[in-house]
Design a protein around this ligand. Structure first.
Ligand SMILES: Cc1ncc(COP(=O)(O)O)c(C=O)c1O
Length: 474
């Protein structure tokens, strides 16, 4: 048993963090060695059910930003049945499971069709990956390798707005890409002129988001794609968050600027099935206009003693069961189901946006469709303390910085009756509480405060590494 953390002093942020990672200390056994004899399956299931039950309400009730995008019990049971039927499926062994190829090829085709592949004037190709980060990293690796192998570049460059997902930084770090981050404009969208000024002779691609994670704003993809086309470079549209929302929003009559393969300059896209595609966690799609660019993503080995080998993404063995469940989500929901879901989400998001707009102390950042960021209108209100007060009321919101703000990404969970109203009522109460009370110890506010003020960014990074050390220590 490891229950030291429950006695940690509340004011120590690391101790508090460890306690938050180990709420089951003292309640459930801690295994640091394999049990000498396997535990009875009933006991194992009971422990897992205990944790699932303790965690269920937070995401099911609609209090969590993003995280669970569908969450209806019948839908989850259906996906679980599909997974159970295909849990052994590994697309590395297509001779045993040709179904793995069928599922993945059709997921790619359906996603590409949704993103207007028919109007691209060529076949759109791609693969299934494990999530948005992998899709982005695969695309960045493909551009980098093409830059090196075809164009002879030494240090391929990618130009992205500051608001593009951090996965682009991860790709730059892993693959030694020269990533240039360009501040967004006053409208919180990519600044096309400023990005144009950063294109040099080693530039392989521009990036735009539809929409971006922080403020939910859709970048001027049409202009960025035209710029990329004119300069003869690639343009990656990150549709991880919006890929399964914007096509339906457009059909519903919302104002959605063109963002997909209709634009000749768009050469690749990432689009997450495990977000608004309503699949189980662990799948995403990366798409390319040019099959040769996809080939720079692929790995092949012809001389390995283990045989001739090929692998389309980063992993070797892959969970074909997740692809089966993803395929099942897409075909069981269909266009009509996605339209209905999108309508409900956009209406709830509009209600939440309007609710925030009526609170004097807050302002919505930009003009988002469904991922709504807000900040304090005056310096006298600490938005992170408001976020902490919301956490105490059961909410799990996302803290943002540069500028200090918080967002809620509206999913089907927030379309349940009463959730949008509860959100604004709790927000009003939280603001009143923060204004009335002196700063409390604990919570995220001191951590965000520290992260914002520490001049030495390496210290913030070390702190995060320490947190990840803790994550994997029982
Ligand atoms: C716009 C955007 N891109 C990429 C990602 C990364 O996706 P994942 O967390 O599945 O790796 C996210 C995640 O929220 C996102 O919002």
């Amino acid at each position: 048993m490891n229950d030291q953390t429950s006695e940690a002093p509340a004011a120590d942020p690391m101790a508090e963090m460890h306690a938050s990672l180990r709420p089951y200390s003292g309640k459930l056994d801690v295994h640091t060695n394999l049990p000498s004899h396997g535990l009875p399956r009933d006991q194992v299931l009971a422990e897992i059910e205990e944790m699932a039950a303790a965690e269920r309400d937070r995401w099911q009730s609609g209090h969590s930003s993003g995280a669970v995008y569908q969450g209806d019990s019948e839908h989850i049971d259906f996906l679980n049945r599909v997974y159970a039927l295909q849990s052994q499926n590994n697309p590395l062994h297509l001779d045993i499971w040709p179904s793995g190829s069928k599922f993945e090829a059709e997921i790619v085709a359906m996603t590409a069709a949704m993103l207007n592949s028919a109007k691209a004037g060529c076949e759109i190709v791609g693969t299934v990956s494990s999530g948005g980060t992998e899709s982005i990293m695969l695309a960045m690796k493909a551009y980098r390798d093409r830059g090196i192998e075809r164009d002879g570049f030494d240090r391929p460059r990618v130009v992205a707005p500051a608001s593009a997902h951090v996965a682009f930084d991860k790709a730059a770090q892993y693959f030694q890409i020269d990533l240039v981050r360009v501040p967004v404009g006053d409208d919180w969208r990519a600044d096309v002129q400023a990005m144009a000024a950063q294109i040099n002779d080693q530039t392989v691609a521009l990036v735009g988001s539809a929409p971006g994670f922080p403020h939910g704003m859709i970048d001027p993809i049409e202009e960025l794609a035209a710029l990329a086309h004119e300069r003869g470079i690639g343009m990656h549209v990150d549709g991880c968050l919006g890929g399964f929302v914007l096509p339906w929003a457009e059909k519903l009559g919302y104002e959605v600027p063109p963002f997909d393969f209709r634009l000749p300059g768009v050469t690749s896209m990432s689009c997450d099935t495990h977000k608004f595609g309503y699949a189980a966690k662990g799948t995403s799609v990366v798409l390319y206009r040019d099959p040769e660019l996809l080939h720079h993503q692929f790995f092949t080995a012809t001389e390995w003693p283990g045989g001739i080998y090929c692998s389309p993404t980063f992993a070797g063995s892959r969970p074909g069961g997740l692809s089966a469940a993803c395929w099942a989500a897409l075909v069981s929901i269909g266009e009509e189901g996605y339209m209905r879901a999108t309508k409900a989400i956009l209406e709830s998001a509009a209600a939440i946006k309007a609710g925030i707009g009526e609170i004097d102390e807050l302002e919505v950042i930009g003009d988002p469709l469904f991922c709504v960021a807000f900040r304090a209108t005056g310096d006298d209100l600490d938005i992170y303390r408001v976020m902490d007060a919301m956490s105490e009321r059961g909410w799990s919101l996302n803290g943002l910085h540069h500028p200090q703000a918080v967002h809620i990404c509206v999913t089907l969970r927030q379309t349940q009756p009463g959730v949008a109203d509860r959100f604004t009522a709790d927000l009003r109460e939280s603001i009143a509480e923060v204004k009335d009370e002196p700063a409390k110890e604990g919570g995220m506010a001191p951590l965000y405060g520290m992260a914002a003020t520490l001049p030495e960014r390496e210290m913030v990074s070390s702190f995060l590494k320490f947190y990840m050390d803790m994550w994997f220590k029982p």
